[in-house]
Design a protein around this ligand. Structure first.
Ligand code: MOS
Length: 725
């Protein structure tokens, strides 16, 4: 089914189920511990695998002595590059899952030890003796930027650069200018559920129960890595305990569990130990950014330039300039991205890749410009709004950035913000308020689903789409219930199995809009089948409360399945939609902080997000997504920082004791407002994603509040107290 009639009314618009705050239908299973995550699947006879990570950042393995490990109690086998057979690499995560003889990065797997019990595998792993030869690696982003090992200056990637008008001339001529550098550190996904897989072979058929965001990407990457046919691979991932981009596709746990299970002739289960995750898997790349903004004395931006340097995400840089291409007006523009080669673990996507680090810099820069212009930061942003993409001139499908800023300012009490920095003191605390805009792309992707109406009138939805804690189960049930005129309790949703039709997967904030559209498409087909069986005209049929009405006739839905169940499978596709509209979500974040005048301790006091993201399918789940994004944004502002050992080449703080993320005590009063918005170009649900909008801009709002509280401008994240003293 092709989505090509944006303005059309459809059954979703009745909003009997869609648009209502709905508790998660999978909630009871999760809160009672009966939702089976990858590592909890009941696979009889599964042995336990323990992955050993490389102890060097770059170099090679001279030898691995596995003898003592093999002789240890309960050990069934040890797999290393010497006996693993040929292994390819994935297309999304591109680093090799198993080192040998070369070591590409610290904690890259060098072996998997498999034993009868978890404890035996772990104990035996400690008996491995690995002899390494160290090479000099490139681990320091600033050095790789200034003095690339090639001796040649880094060149921006021409395919990822943009230019409009004459930026250099306009910037030089502008009466008010800012030219500032910002840095953002490496971030870990630090999701609650570790990467985990159980692998089982039946002849040449492989089943992987694994924690993954995009099941179809996993099947593709298993096929590439193991050199087996896609038809022989089944991936099952019904519940995922957080992903944030870190579980986009398969990683070492899946690959090595599969290889070990094949060798041993029995199922193998592997969970990455927490202390291995930060260096073995992927992370958000650190950036160094330079932003130049020129404006007239009236506050209108005339020139805006943004350059960013990062390590490589596969072959790509972190696209930190993405928001600058779209967010503000300005006739003369320039963006450039540079990749510096680093031998650190593979960088990849993490929640709002591009926008998160980009907005951390851009939205401080906007605050600095407002200060130079002696303008209110909200008013400065509103003045520089644009309703067309300033590079391509495409119209935004919906863009309510100004409304977000105005609504937030009113709700937050922005008018009470004392104008001058460091001018509000309460006891030992300096108090300040900050604001930042938010923007995040709202792409849609092809998504298929199968919907079955059985003889009892029960509806089952099946798609390989995942629920990574986001609420997919519930919004797909809402969609089917709305389309077929049944109650939510009459809908069962089955997700995360590659045997089901291929859904959009969870990534890039496209999951909600895309996967509901796939269910919509299948339901449209099922409605036609029902109408045909009932002898009703399908075009104007209304499905309500278990009945189908059309042309003055009304029949029970159940009559349609008296002769047997009906099954409809369909996909939603979008053609060139993305070339006709700039589709983005928008928001405004407000933060109030207090800073201790003696210790520099920063406490968040209040946060508010105002979001415009099309129709909100489930306000309860969407609010939860935004709260999660704001929390992660608070972490990025104040604490999250993978510290690089620049000599040895690894992330030093690779556990949850050293890698600090916000806990409840760090998170103050938070509020979320969704603007009333319906975006008819975003798909049949007229909805857009929110999971990544929630973090975009948050760190800068906090940084700007810290500046307003103290008068100290910190351009290097995280904003820890030492930077204020
Ligand atoms: Mo997201 S970082 O595209 O899962």
């Amino acid at each position: 089914m092709k989505f090509d009639t944006p303005a059309t009314r459809n059954p979703i618009d009745r909003l009997k189920v869609v648009g209502h705050a709905t508790e998660r239908i999978d909630g009871p299973k999760k809160t009672t511990g009966t939702a089976t995550y990858a590592h909890e699947q009941d696979v009889p006879g599964a042995a336990y695998g323990w992955i050993v990570g490389a102890a060097i950042g770059k170099g090679s393995i001279r030898a691995i002595d596995t003898q003592a490990a093999r002789a240890a109690p309960g050990v069934l086998g040890v797999v290393t590059a010497a006996n693993a057979g040929p292994l390819g690499t994935g297309a999304f995560f591109v680093t090799r899952a198993l080192a040998g003889p070369k070591v590409d990065h610290y904690h890259q797997a060098v072996a998997i030890v498999v034993a009868e019990t978890f404890e035996q595998a772990r104990a035996a792993a400690g008996l491995l003796r690995v002899d390494y030869a160290r090479d000099k690696g490139s681990f320091d982003l600033a050095q790789a930027k200034e003095k690339p090992p090639t001796g040649q200056p880094l060149q921006p990637n021409p395919a990822l650069a943009s230019r409009v008008g004459d930026f250099d001339k306009a910037f030089a001529a502008a009466p008010v200018t800012l030219d500032a550098a910002y840095t953002t550190p490496d971030h870990g996904h630090a999701m609650m559920e570790p990467h985990a897989t159980i692998a089982a072979w039946d002849g040449d058929k492989l089943t992987l129960w694994t924690a993954i965001q995009l099941v179809a990407w996993g099947v593709r990457d298993v096929a590439r890595t193991l050199g087996i046919a896609r038809e022989n691979i089944r991936i099952v991932s019904p519940y995922v305990g957080g992903g944030f981009g870190g579980k986009g596709s398969i990683l070492a746990d899946a690959v090595l569990a599969a290889v070990a299970a094949k060798q041993l002739g029995r199922p193998v289960k592997v969970a990455l130990q927490r202390a291995l995750m930060f260096n073995n898997t992927t992370h958000r790349a650190a950036t160094i950014q330079r932003i130049c903004i020129g404006a007239g004395t009236d506050g209108r931006i005339t020139a805006i330039g943004h350059e960013s340097w990062s390590g490589n995400l596969g072959p790509r840089p972190e696209s930190a300039t993405a928001p600058t291409k779209l967010l503000y007006a300005g006739a003369h523009r320039m963006t450039r991205l540079h990749v510096a080669h680093l031998d650190l673990p593979e960088a990849s996507a993490m929640r709002a890749p591009g926008e998160t680090p980009g907005m951390m810099a851009l939205e401080i820069a906007m605050d600095e410009m407002a200060e130079k212009l002696d303008m209110d930061p909200v008013a400065f942003r509103i003045l520089n709004d644009t309703q067309v993409d300033p590079e391509t001139k495409l119209p935004f499908s919906r863009r309510q950035l100004v409304e977000c800023l105005r609504t937030g300012a009113a709700r937050f009490g922005w008018d009470k913000r004392a104008g001058k920095p460091a001018s509000r003191r309460e006891g030992d605390w300096l108090v300040g308020m900050g604001v930042a805009a938010a923007i995040r792309g709202a792409p849609v992707a092809r998504s298929a689903a199968r919907v079955t109406l059985d003889g009892r009138g029960h509806v089952t939805v099946e798609t390989d789409m995942t629920d990574i804690g986001t609420g997919t189960y519930t919004i797909l049930a809402q969609t089917a219930a709305e389309m077929l005129g049944v109650g939510l309790h009459q809908v069962t949703v089955r997700l995360g199995d590659s045997r089901f039709p291929e859904g959009a997967g969870s990534g890039g904030q496209w999951g909600a809009a895309s996967s509901t559209a796939g269910v919509y498409a299948a339901c449209v087909k099922l409605r036609e089948m029902v109408s045909k069986r009932l002898g009703l005209m399908s075009v104007d049929a209304e499905f309500t409360a278990g009945r189908v009405r059309a042309g003055g006739l009304s029949r029970p839905l159940l009559d349609a399945v008296a002769a047997g169940e009906l099954v409809a499978q369909e996909a939603m596709e979008y053609g060139d939609l993305a070339r006709r509209y700039a589709q983005q979500t928008f928001g405004a974040h407000f933060a109030e902080v207090a800073v201790d005048i003696y210790t520099g301790e920063i406490r968040l006091r209040r946060m508010l997000a105002v979001c415009a993201a099309g129709r909100i399918i489930n306000p309860l789940a969407a609010r939860s997504q935004i709260l999660g994004g704001m929390t992660m944004g608070a972490g990025a502002a104040l604490m999250e920082h993978l510290v690089v050992d620049k000599r040895a080449g690894f992330f030093v703080n690779h556990d949850l004791a050293g890698y600090e993320v916000p806990v409840h005590a760090d998170i103050p009063h938070m509020d979320v407002i969704f603007l009333d918005e319906v975006d008819a170009t975003a798909g049949p649900l007229k909805a857009k994603g929110v999971g990544e909008l929630g973090i975009s801009g948050v760190p800068a709002a906090i940084a700007n509040a810290v500046h307003h509280a103290t008068g100290i401008r910190v351009r290097d994240y995280p904003i820890t107290l030492d930077k204020l003293l």
